[in-house]
Design a protein around this ligand. Structure first.
Ligand SMILES: Nc1ncnc2c1ncn2[C@@H]1O[C@H](COP(=O)(O)OP(=O)(O)OP(=O)(O)O)[C@@H](O)[C@H]1O
Ligand SMILES: [Mg+2]
Length: 296
């Protein structure tokens, strides 16, 4: 039985069981994260000024990006568990942050696994941390679900800073009233958006984001790995990748194909999404993450 298969079996079996918080998120690759670290834990959140964009949370629930109230507590619990190793990885890395550990790509092999759902809920969960500030990037420019759902469609964003080197990131960041999360919208529609996202300029922007905003955790909702080329550009620059796997749908070979496209030196976690699907409620199940350690 392959390592991935075993991991998935374990995730499915253990989904929702207590005690998983103790697990460290290992990484898929053979290399441990560098041990020389300068903690960047902040004493207090960064003060962000400016008008807050209102997010209609009922609309986000209707659009399936937030769990409805009756499921909000278990979903929040799952994301509390998912975020912990991701935050730990990010905080272990110092201000130089050459590994871009604060850049967290939310990926999946194929469409529909729950990347956008996980991006929003992970960002929301991290933003509850008293000392951390979160930036949520809508990097799925072809399907800008975050921008649409947040009422930011058509606002300047990633595509605009890709195209206009003189446009600073700060100018397009939107402060929201969802726990003060900052959002980088996808930006305006552009005929060459795919090329722009796969460009060297995209890599440069990600480097800039990782270092200039080294004191923030940057969660990037991304296009699916296997059907787009631009996802690979994002995967190259992100320090951490959370691969969202749809329980019962994503196959082991889908996962392997996606992992093939990632540098094993990254901190890679798997989020098993839509597991323990509840027939009774017809809705949210349980989530977990798992890092592959050689010794497991
Ligand atoms: N854990 C979950 N339980 C129930 N429904 C979920 C869960 N996660 C995601 N969904 C639903 O599944 C659908 C797909 O989710 P989402 O849009 O987040 O996937 P995606 O990977 O971003 O898709 P795409 O590749 O098309 O952008 C949405 O309707 C979402 O509400
Ligand atoms: Mg999506």
């Amino acid at each position: 039985m392959s390592k991935i298969h075993k991991a998935l079996r374990r995730l499915q079996k253990e989904g929702g069981s207590p005690g998983k918080e103790k697990r460290s998120a290992g990484r898929l690759g053979r290399r441990e994260a560098p041990k020389t670290v300068i903690p960047i834990a902040r004493k207090k959140k960064i003060e962000i000024t400016g008008e807050k964009h209102h997010l209609d949370q009922d609309k986000l629930i209707r659009l399936g990006l937030l769990a409805p109230l009756e499921h909000a507590v278990p979903v929040a619990d799952e994301f509390r568990r998912i975020k912990r190793p991701i935050i730990d990885n990010a905080l272990k890395h110092g201000p130089t942050n050459s590994d871009h550990m604060n850049l967290i790509m939310i990926a999946s092999p194929l469409p529909g696994a729950g990347k956008t759902f996980c991006s929003v809920n992970l960002a929301a969960s991290i933003s509850l941390e008293r000392e951390l500030t979160v930036m949520l990037v809508d990097a799925d420019v072809a399907k800008p679900h975050i921008s649409d759902a947040f009422g930011l469609a058509g606002r300047p964003g990633l595509i605009d800073i890709l195209e206009d080197e003189d446009l600073p990131i700060d100018e397009v960041l939107v402060r929201t009233d969802l726990n003060d999360i900052q959002v980088l919208p996808a930006g305006r529609e552009h005929a060459q958006s795919t090329e722009l996202l796969a460009s060297e300029r995209m890599e440069a922007i990600m480097q800039e984001m990782a270092t200039r905003y080294a004191d923030r955790l940057i969660v990037m909702d991304s296009p699916p790995m296997m059907v787009t080329s631009e996802a690979q550009t994002i995967a190259r620059q992100a320090g951490q990748i959370a691969l969202v796997v749809e329980c019962g749908i994503t196959t082991e070979s889908d996962i392997e194909d996606a992992l093939e496209l990632m540098n094993p030196d990254k901190a890679i976690n798997i989020i098993l999404n839509k597991s323990l699907y509840s027939q009774a409620s017809g809705y949210y199940g349980s989530y977990d993450n798992y890092g592959f350690n050689e010794d497991r």
